[in-house]
Unconditional design. Sequence first.
Length: 86
Amino acid sequence: MSDGTHAVTLLTRAGCGMCTIALEQLRLICADFGIEPAAVDVDEAASSDPGLRAEFGDRLPVVLLDGREHSYFDVDERRLRADLGR
């Protein structure tokens, strides 16, 4: 993003234990950069964006950085911190 800030989004679904852990990790990491990560439930979003669930629904959680896939299943903390620092 041109103003130096980044958008971090976690794609998730209800009942996903790995998603809960990933969101906690993202909140801690992003806090160091003054960012509040967003969480999007792919099942709830399916009515307005069915492609989201079709593309990512079988490998949740997925971390999006500035709208692009950054990691899935696990938060790649080292890589995310490096990319957020750019």
